[in-house]
Design a protein around this ligand. Structure first.
Ligand code: NAD
Length: 359
């Protein structure tokens, strides 16, 4: 009873026309920011996360405390626990699901391929099964990835471009997620929006990502490994600041329309949409390192090696005109500014603020 009350309180809507959103992966990087933004504008938010140890679980706990202090409850549980999901839907008639829980990262698939199947395939189906039977059925917005473009070398990437050459198991599970959600859309009338995020960075970010581990190593005086592609070409990424991604998530939730099924039976045509959410200005990785050095006021020890060919793609670049047209998506933070904000957070979070010469 106490638990139900906590869930209901967290899902309480505080604005007219607001939504109640189940955010999966809420203790993750993007999930934390999206949950806070929804809560701040008066929507009801309940988080779900399994707090796995893919990276430092204490960072996930800290994000959870931040969310709690803003009135967002994060329920500890796995996507594959269908009973827990059904219980949540019994307590709250969620209007929307923001599905961000996943096994991320491309290189970890070499060590633990099953975790990708567990979270990105089985976990996704478990969630869709519950959504399909919920009454009302929620509209679903979920995180796909720019990695679905794989080895496609026609840039910038547009949504209709080929996605048949995934370069990693991670990419393959995201591509499979797009097919699976499309199936639930046309069979059961679930409203589905897939967002292809392009390398998201910012405060409370993911320690396994390059900008984060580079910062850690540079501050600790350790070398950083920079990969380069074929013919010694620098890798480039369309780095996208977290606040821009959050705006894209909210914009897509607001325009996601309604599911049209009832208890697993389809009535009308529910929307199925896919959007790129990127920054449209790719930056070479060595340039990212230069910017970090300037913000940290410490020189990096560079170790430049050939890409080992285990999942990374040479470059990414988003065409964002579709999201721009549908919900006015327009990224406004350049890498220089965004990394400054990340570094400020990093120094404060890891207690570097009293060290001389770093601010
Ligand atoms: P993250 O790892 O910080 O967040 C994912 C969260 O999901 C984690 O807190 C994890 O504990 C949780 N989780 C994983 N499996 C789960 C399961 N089976 N049940 C319950 N919880 C589970 O990653 P992020 O960077 O915040 O990414 C959010 C989403 O965006 C992911 O789907 C990711 O694949 C996608 N994405 C991220 C980026 C990026 O650059 N950050 C780029 C493209 C796509």
């Amino acid at each position: 009873i106490q638990w139900e009350k906590q869930v209901r309180n967290s899902a309480q809507i505080h604005r007219s026309g607001g939504m109640s959103v189940l955010v999966t992966g809420a203790a993750g990087f993007v999930g934390t920011h999206v949950s806070l933004a929804l809560k701040k504008r008066g929507d009801g938010v309940v988080g779900l996360d399994n707090f796995n140890n893919y990276y430092d679980p204490s960072l996930k706990r800290a994000r959870k405390s931040l969310l709690n202090s803003h009135g967002v409850l994060v329920v500890e549980g796995d996507l594959n626990d269908g009973k827990l999901l059904a219980k949540l839907f019994d307590v709250v008639a969620f209007t929307h699901v923001m599905h961000l829980a996943a096994q991320a990262g491309v290189r970890y698939a070499m060590e633990n391929p099953n975790s990708y199947v567990h979270s990105n395939i089985a976990g996704l189906v478990s969630l869709l099964e519950v959504c399909k039977s919920a009454n009302p059925q929620p509209a679903i917005v979920w995180a796909s990835s720019s990695s679905v473009y794989g080895l496609n070398d026609k840039v910038p990437f547009s949504e209709a471009d080929r996605t048949d050459q995934p370069a990693s198991l991670y990419a393959a599970t995201k591509k499979a997620g797009e097919e699976i959600t499309h199936t639930y859309n046309h069979i059961y009338g679930l409203s589905i929006t897939g967002l292809r995020f392009f390398t998201v960075y910012g405060p409370w970010g993911r320690p396994d990502m390059a900008y984060f581990s580079f910062t850690r190593n540079i501050l600790q005086g350790k070398p950083i490994t920079i990969y380069r592609g074929k013919n010694r070409a620098d890798l480039a990424r369309d780095f996208t600041y977290i606040d821009d991604i959050v705006k894209g998530c909210l914009g897509s939730l607001d325009t996601s329309g309604k599911s049209t099924g009832t208890g697993g039976k389809k009535k009308g045509n529910a929307p199925y949409r896919i959007f790129n959410l990127g920054n449209t200005s790719p930056v070479k990785v060595p340039v990212l390192v230069n910017i970090l050095e300037r913000h940290l006021k410490v020189k990096a020890k560079r170790n430049i090696v050939d890409m080992p060919g285990n999942g990374d793609v040479p470059f990414t670049h988003a065409n964002i005109s579709h999201a721009q047209k549908e919900f006015g998506y327009k990224p406004t933070t350049d890498l220089q500014t965004g990394l400054k904000k990340f570094v400020r957070w990093y120094l404060s979070y890891y207690g570097y603020n009293n060290r001389k010469g770093l601010q």
